[in-house]
Structures are given as structure tokens and as C-alpha cells.
Design a protein. Structure first.
Ligand SMILES: Nc1ncnc2c1ncn2[C@@H]1O[C@H](COP(=O)(O)OP(=O)(O)OP(=O)(O)O)[C@@H](O)[C@H]1O
Ligand SMILES: [Mg+2]
Length: 277
């Protein structure tokens, strides 16, 4: 069975396929009773929430709260000690990232060493799901694939680059990009996998202000097109502008859930994170 057979039904010809999966009234993602223990450390403690399709949800909390671990479990990188990760009706808990990806749940990843030696366009093309499992270098060397992909995937990659304002970097090596531009390429790579939902861990961290704003605008546009977003971010201004709803974690637990306005007035949130109270 081809790797992308499941997502293929969700494909639309546009650069992005914000498939409005999940039926009306049903969360696209639901985590239930998620717990992750590392030895004696309970990194995530009985976490439960749902995310409706087409919404952007922020996950915030102090350092060590368990946010990244929660995202890693959702993306399949870490197995939960217990609990369920229901995505579009399928329990993905404990399944590897490529299975989550096949269902349209895509987590962005920092560009690894080998990607620095590829051009931006190549970085996007090797992120197309059908190539997973093949060696990247084999895929890049496979002229037949390049030829076959000319019409669809190369055009789609150009669309993705254009919407991320990276068109002029198409042929640049990833290693020559700034940190912020690399973050945009990471988002571009995720989009090439035709996500129903994007999961991002601190997409604006360590990026200069203007590029951070650019990343925020790109994410906002994707959300407005119906892509579902879950992001961890410490920059609360961006979270407030981008997210319909925010979940606050502290010490592995969910301590609050609401919009930023509501959260700012809650004492336990202020105490745990927002620096007031
Ligand atoms: N692989 C691991 N092995 C052991 N402990 C871990 C592992 N990963 C995370 N932890 C611990 O789990 C807890 C939660 O870590 P996590 O990285 O999820 O926090 P976080 O909310 O993302 O923090 P930050 O805001 O600093 O990124 C911490 O106590 C951390 O030390
Ligand atoms: Mg983290």
C-alpha cells in the first residue's frame, strides 16, 4: 500500500490541503488520560483535551511543564505510559510518527544535519510522504521520480514557498538560511506532507522579531484556511493573536483552558506562569 494512500483522499490541488477532517461537532484530535513517566518523573500527568477542526490551540506553561513531551506523544515520537491519542477517529497512541503523518497529523522537526546540504526546494520535495521509507539520497538521485514529480509536487512546493515568502530562497542551501528562514522551511516541509493538523513546538523561538511575525502571519493564514494547529510557544503575544484557545500546563497537569483573556484573570494561571498574582 502506498504510504500516502490515506491522505490522498484529502488532497486538494492547492499548495496546502487544509482538509476539514473530523465531522462537525467532533474534535479532530482528542487526548484522553495521557500520562508519560520517565523513571520517577511524571512528565505528563493525566492530560485530556480535544481540539476542534480548523481551530488553533496554544499549549503554554513554565519550563519543564511537560509541553514538549505532550507534543511528542501526540506526534508518535514518545510512547505514553497510558492514555489515548485519538486523531480523526484512530487511536495513534504508541504508533510511530510516520503512521501519525499518514493520517494527516504532522509535527514540524528541526532540519537535521543532512538537510542543510540540500536546497530549499529539495528539502520540501523529500518531505512528500510517498518518499518516506526511501533513502533521501536515493530519492534525490532518482531522476525518474524527479521527472514524474515535475507536474504535481514541484508545483506544489513552489506554491508552498511562495506563500511562506521563500520563493527567492528556492535554490539556496538550507545551511545558508537564517534561523527564522529555517523555521519557515520546517513549516514548508510539514505542509508538503498534506497535514490535516500541524503540531509545532516553539515555532518562533530564537527567531528575530520580524521573522517571528512573519511565521505568525503564515500560521494565521493556514489557520484561516482551515488547517488545525496545536502549538507550544513561550511568546504569549503570538499565542494570543494566533490561538482561539489556550491550554495551560504545569508540572505535567492541565491547570487551565480558555482564551487568553480568560486565562489572564485566573489566579492559578498567573501564579504558575503569567508572572502576576
Ligand atoms: N527523555 C526524557 N527522559 C527523562 N526525563 C525527561 C525526558 N524528556 C523530558 N523529561 C522531563 O520531563 C519533564 C517535562 O519536560 P518537557 O520537555 O516536556 O517540558 P516543557 O514544558 O517542554 O519545557 P520547556 O518549556 O523548557 O521546553 C521535565 O522534568 C523533563 O526533565
Ligand atoms: Mg519544551
Amino acid at each position: 500500500m502506498p504510504e500516502n494512500s490515506v491522505v490522498s483522499q484529502q488532497q486538494v490541488p492547492a499548495a496546502v490541503s487544509p482538509a476539514s477532517a473530523g465531522q462537525d461537532g467532533e474534535p479532530l484530535l482528542r487526548v484522553a488520560g495521557l500520562t508519560v513517566r520517565f523513571g520517577g518523573v511524571v512528565a505528563v500527568d493525566d492530560l485530556s483535551f480535544g481540539i476542534m477542526p480548523g481551530t488553533a490551540v496554544g499549549l503554554i506553561g513554565p519550563n519543564g511543564a511537560g509541553k514538549s513531551t505532550a507534543l511528542k506523544v501526540i506526534g508518535g515520537e514518545v510512547k505514553p505510559t497510558s492514555g489515548a491519542v485519538l486523531f480523526d477517529g484512530v487511536n495513534l497512541a504508541g504508533r510511530p510518527p510516520h503512521v501519525a503523518a499518514r493520517h494527516g497529523l504532522i509535527r514540524t522537526f528541526q532540519l537535521g544535519g543532512e538537510f542543510a546540504r540540500l536546497s530549499v526546494m529539495e528539502n520540501l520535495l523529500v518531505a512528500v510522504p510517498r518518499l518516506r521509507g526511501q533513502s533521501i539520497w536515493g530519492a534525490l538521485a532518482g531522476r525518474r521520480w524527479w521527472a514524474a514529480a515535475q507536474d504535481a509536487e514541484v508545483r506544489r512546493a513552489r506554491d508552498v514557498l511562495s506563500r511562506l515568502d521563500l520563493t527567492d530562497k528556492c535554490d539556496a542551501y538550507a545551511r545558508d538560511l537564517s534561523g527564522g528562514q529555517r523555521k519557515l522551511v520546517e513549516i514548508g516541509r510539514a505542509l508538503m506532507a498534506r497535514p490535516k493538523m500541524l503540531v509545532l513546538d516553539e515555532p518562533m523561538a530564537g527567531v528575530n522579531r520580524s521573522l517571528a511575525r512573519h511565521i505568525e502571519e503564515a500560521l494565521k493564514a493556514l489557520r484561516d484556511e482551515g488547517l488545525t494547529l496545536l502549538l507550544v510557544e513561550h511568546e504569549l503575544g503570538s499565542v494570543e493573536r494566533l490561538c482561539d484557545r489556550v491550554i495551560v500546563m504545569a508540572e505535567g497537569r492541565q491547570i487551565a483552558d480558555g482564551d487568553m483573556g480568560q486565562l489572564r484573570s485566573r489566579e492559578e494561571v498567573l501564579r504558575a506562569y503569567l508572572g502576576g498574582g
